[in-house]
Design a protein around this ligand. Structure first.
Ligand code: URA
Length: 289
């Protein structure tokens, strides 16, 4: 429909707007997450920020370095109280004795701002009796929509690799199945990398999750999972080396999304999966001895 110049007074040249829109689509923008960008931790400071479009990365894309929404000069104690977040997380998990209760505790945890932009809590998938638990990083777009971990491109690759050695989340035998969760259970906006502080506030939930599943083997995919569990990063050096934590054998390995960008690491993840499979066979033999 034609509009008269009185009715429609663009503040920007239409051609420029179209060029910008075209560029945004090429860059992968496919979703607007809100009319206004809101830092729910400090609404007053952010109230004047301009409209933001969330740049969606495909599931395999590299996570962006964290860009804090918090202005540098903001008083830290007012922005987020790390000790209080941890205290509340610990209090919530102290009352948990089932996976359902853990899920409810995560839903009740108010300190992580990701919950404000995420669609769904992404809790877990697979067999809770599995001897092998896989801990990923954080949900991406597909996981956020489905409410399940590792259902996007990198998840499909992971399933394919596991299927080569007879492991699957749908298997019923504990020694042949997998239980999967993430270090962070809400999708970070724009797939950005969570900060150390954000990783830390989920630790009590992760450890409770591990305690409830009691896996014999814990596989850590990527640096965020290594930071959460081992308190260290540098996955290309950490991968392939067993660590022992209490009763669990822990194996760090490269994240499947990293693998998709760096296929040269295929042989490394393959070695790690074979080492895990061998350990499962040894454990089964020991159980039957
Ligand atoms: N990457 C992860 O680390 N976890 C997911 O659930 C999906 C992608």
């Amino acid at each position: 429909m034609q509009q008269s110049s009185e009715e429609f007074k663009p503040t920007m040249d239409l051609k420029d707007s179209l060029e910008i829109l075209k560029w945004q689509i090429e860059m992968g923008v496919d979703e607007i997450i809100g009319e206004e960008q809101t830092n729910h931790l400090q609404t007053t400071v952010m109230a004047t920020k301009p409209i933001s479009l969330e740049l969606e990365k495909e599931t395999t894309s590299k996570r962006e370095p964290s860009k804090s929404l918090i202005p540098e000069n903001a008083p830290q104690s007012k922005v987020v109280n790390k000790a209080k977040a941890l205290e509340d997380a610990e209090k919530l998990v102290s009352e948990v004795s089932t996976r359902q209760e853990l899920k409810e505790a995560l839903e009740a945890f108010q300190h992580c701002s990701f919950r404000n932009t995420a669609k769904n809590l992404v809790f877990s998938d697979g067999n809770p009796q599995a001897w092998l638990m896989v801990l990923g990083e954080a949900p991406g777009r597909d996981e956020d929509i489905m409410g399940k971990p590792f259902v996007g491109v990198s998840g499909k690759l992971l399933d394919k690799i596991f299927s080569e050695v007879g492991l699957a989340r749908t298997n019923t035998q504990p020694q042949d199945s997998i239980y999967i969760s993430n270090s962070i259970n809400w999708r970070p906006p724009g797939n950005r990398t969570p900060t150390t502080q954000e990783i830390e506030m989920f630790r009590p939930f992760i450890w409770k999750h591990i305690e409830l599943i009691k896996p014999k083997i814990l596989m850590l995919t990527g640096n965020i999972a290594c930071t959460a569990i081992l308190n260290k990063a540098g996955i290309t050096k950490l991968r392939g080396t067993w660590e022992k934590i209490d009763y669990m054998d822990v194996m760090p390995t490269v994240h499947p999304a990293f693998l998709l960008r760096n296929p040269i690491f295929k042989q490394h993840i393959w070695q790690d999966i074979l080492a895990i499979k061998k350990k499962l066979i040894d454990l089964e033999r020991d159980e039957n001895a």
